[in-house]
Design a protein around this ligand. Structure first.
Ligand code: SAM
Length: 270
């Protein structure tokens, strides 16, 4: 579901945006982890991949931070996203850095690639934008089809505990080029029946003494560990080969029962 953006309170200098319609703000917050994530992706490819090439696919590539980083490291990269602002930003970033990659419009639930890849990845819970079982399964099937035999899919998402009675909150504050962005994300109570949880992200931009507030809301699909395992099992072309957490440390294996909710599953094309 596309984030819906509400106008900020009048005192804050209202501005209507959508989190993903303003890629520079998104990028300031998320670019900080890019190198560590790229290190982890490369380590996963070496450890779990069997196809050994350096061709990568990033479904929902957003601002292109990981596209650019993997190209810098010698990968041939294709990324796609449904948001035109994100795509424009990604292309501009690549052009400015003199890097070459293919960045196109596409949908997570239904895509094809012209050449199969060794590595596909989709981190930071983006997979949860697919709001029903059919589209989530279709995404995994399209990804399997995009992978060479032995190629891997590194998928990161935050799991849900349905017994949770309070909101979950995550806050990031990052500064770049004189702009400070604060992102305050609140995830409301999950609904076990609809498999949805409401997300509200409040974004504050401080630049040149001016402060702006934005608010973006959307729904995520929920996954308990069991629900995620059931979905993976429904796509026989992919086998689950490893489970990690968001520490991006290959030496640290995770388990389904370790109580940690941030999971990275590594799936391999049979
Ligand atoms: C959290 S950002 C992740 C961007 C990038 N992968 C990264 O790690 O920085 C989520 C992205 O998913 C895109 N997106 C959400 N739903 C999508 C869909 N159904 N198809 C394609 N892109 C989608 C948004 O436009 C946004 O750019």
């Amino acid at each position: 579901m596309k984030p819906r953006t509400r106008e900020a309170p009048a005192a804050a200098g209202p501005a209507r945006i959508d989190w993903y319609d303003v890629p520079r703000l998104y990028d300031i917050v998320f670019d900080v982890g890019t190198r560590a994530e790229a290190d982890f992706l490369e380590a996963c490819a070496r450890r779990y991949g069997r196809s050994r090439g350096q061709r990568a696919l990033e479904p929902a590539c957003g601002s292109g931070r990981l596209v650019a980083e993997l190209v810098r490291r010698g990968w041939t990269v294709r990324g796609f996203d449904r948001n035109a602002h994100m795509l424009a930003y990604a292309r501009q970033r690549l052009a400015r850095a003199g890097l070459v990659a293919t960045v196109v419009r596409g949908d997570l639930a239904d895509f094809r690639v012209p050449r199969r890849v060794d590595l596909a990845h989709c981190l930071v819970s983006t997979f949860k934008y697919l709001l029903d079982e059919q589209s989530a399964r279709s995404h995994l099937e399209c990804t399997a089809e995009a992978l060479l035999p032995g190629g891997i899919y590194v998928l990161g998402l935050h799991l849900t505990t349905y017994r949770r009675t309070t909101d979950e909150r995550e806050r990031w504050v990052e500064t770049r080029g004189g702009v400070t962005v604060t992102s305050d994300m609140r995830v409301g109570r999950p609904d076990r029946r609809t498999r949805l949880e409401p997300v509200v992200t409040r974004i504050t931009e401080d630049a040149g003494g001016v402060r702006r507030h934005y608010e973006s809301t959307w729904d995520f699909r929920t996954y308990s560990a069991a629900e995620l395992r059931t979905l993976i099992a429904a796509v026989p072309a992919l086998e689950l080969v490893a489970l990690h957490d968001f520490d991006h440390d290959l030496a640290q294996r995770s388990t389904w029962t370790d109580g940690r909710l941030d999971k990275i599953v590594v799936l391999r094309r049979r």
